[in-house]
Design a protein around this ligand. Structure first.
Ligand code: NAI
Ligand code: MG
Length: 394
């Protein structure tokens, strides 16, 4: 049998640090694969005018599975200013390469598990009756539609007369009739029925497979009637095929308020692109935040696994790295799951759980310290020490 090949894309900043750590853990657990490096990120924007070079897309097309660290994005004006001199003035436009990957390979499913590790000092706690303190166990998996909605990029500043004319076919545009085009910015929110159906079906199948009791559609159908309405109506259709799983629906705003009230009640949550981004960050905050948040971007022919955090540039140059590698290591475990290496994935998660529970090795975020090179002197573990502790448990 030929070995599988994983396309590794460290990207920028701490992406380069944590990705290597996850590879050490994969090796320790006996995960057998070849790895091929692929270029992505700011360096390639500055040097080549493209943060997502064609050669990287080719490698992903060939191998179908990517492990991604993080990239740096900067505002439009910085992007243009940092291009190498030969590329300046050529009207090159910067687009986020991770958003580009999702679009190029139609990675329409984004899965973001948010699970409490007992003993994590960052776990959410709340007051219970009679002055008690409760630490609800969160076990939520967010299914975020990854390619449509507000992130599809169908938007305009200073829209052309054609765009205005098209929009004015809607009676509610009358309100904006007298606004000059240069004072208008428009971002569309487009949902399609097949994409809604796809994500909802995957969410129900996941709930079924892993024993979750409910699937919650988290949108805003009372106000955003067309798009959120389509998602909810489709949820009601698909739910009929899974009578043993409850369909709940919540509005994104209320959901964020309830986040701390009853997070333990939710199982699988489905949302469009923007609300999925919001609600997954919300739940991640209850289980440790960016040092723990992991995700998978899944399409029919390709999957890319990534921690939710960015490149944290201010920490990238520290002589001893202080960032928490757990998000990236959990990401690698998700990749194992998707390759039917569940036993290895579980061993990784168990080892992480044991290190957290024991509490001897904690990165600066887990000690609630402000990030600085001194945190090591204050008792924080370095990135490498955290990985070592996890590997020792394995
Ligand atoms: P960030 O996630 O890079 O960092 C925010 C803060 O979170 C850091 O300053 C640090 O305090 C903490 N943090 C992040 N990862 C951590 C870890 N593993 N362990 C401990 N603490 C951690 O987000 P920020 O500062 O908004 O963006 C920095 C750059 O990253 C920007 O250029 C942004 O565009 C990019 N970015 C890239 C993403 C991606 O590659 N998917 C996602 C988010 C931001
Ligand atoms: Mg986000």
């Amino acid at each position: 049998m030929s070995k599988r090949t994983i396309v590794t894309m460290p990207g920028d900043g701490i992406g380069k640090v944590v990705l290597d750590e996850s590879l050490r853990v994969l090796e320790a657990v006996g995960f057998d694969a070849d790895y091929v490096h692929a270029d992505i990120g700011w360096e390639f924007w500055c040097r080549e005018g493209n943060p997502l070079p064609q050669r990287t897309l080719d490698l992903l097309s060939e191998h179908g599975i990517g492990l991604f660290g993080a990239i740096t994005s900067k505002p439009k004006s910085n992007a243009a200013a940092e291009l190498c001199p030969e590329l300046k003035g050529k009207d090159l436009v910067y687009y986020s390469p991770i958003v580009g990957l999702r679009q190029h390979f139609d990675l329409q499913l984004c899965i973001r598990p948010c699970r409490t590790f007992p003993g994590n000092p960052l776990n959410f706690i709340r007051r219970g009756p009679g002055g008690t303190v409760e630490e609800p166990k969160v076990d939520v998996v967010i299914f975020r539609q990854n390619t449509e909605g507000l992130y599809a990029g169908v938007e305009w500043s200073n829209p052309s007369p054609d765009v205005r004319k098209m929009l004015e076919t809607h009676p509610k545009m009358a309100k904006f009739k007298d606004v000059p085009s240069e004072d208008l910015a428009i971002s569309t929110r487009i949902f399609t029925r097949p994409a809604c159906e796809y994500i909802l079906r995957k969410a129900f199948e996941y709930a079924d497979k892993f024993g979750y009791k409910s699937v919650t559609v988290c949108e805003k159908p009372n106000v955003i009637r067309e798009t959120s309405g389509m998602m909810l109506a489709m949820g009601q259709e698909i739910a009929k095929e899974f009578p043993h799983i409850a369909l709940w629906d919540t509005n994104i705003d209320a959901q964020m308020m309830w986040l701390t009230k009853n997070p333990e009640d939710y199982g699988v949550i489905v949302a469009g692109n923007m609300f999925g981004d919001i609600v997954s960050d919300g739940f991640a905050g209850l289980v440790g935040g960016l040092g723990f948040a992991n995700s998978a971007n899944i399409g029919e022919t390709c999957a890319v696994f990534e921690p939710t955090h960015g490149s944290a540039p201010k920490y990238a140059e520290y002589p001893t790295s202080i960032v928490n590698p757990i998000a990236m290591i959990l990401t690698a475990a998700m990749m194992c799951d998707s390759l039917d290496e569940t036993e290895k994935a579980d061993r990784i998660r168990k080892a992480i759980g044991a290190v957290i529970q024991e509490g001897k090795v904690r990165t600066y975020d887990m000690l609630k310290l402000k990030g600085s090179p001194d945190v090591i002197d204050q008792g924080a573990a370095s990135t490498q020490q955290m990985t070592d502790a996890i590997i020792e448990r394995i």
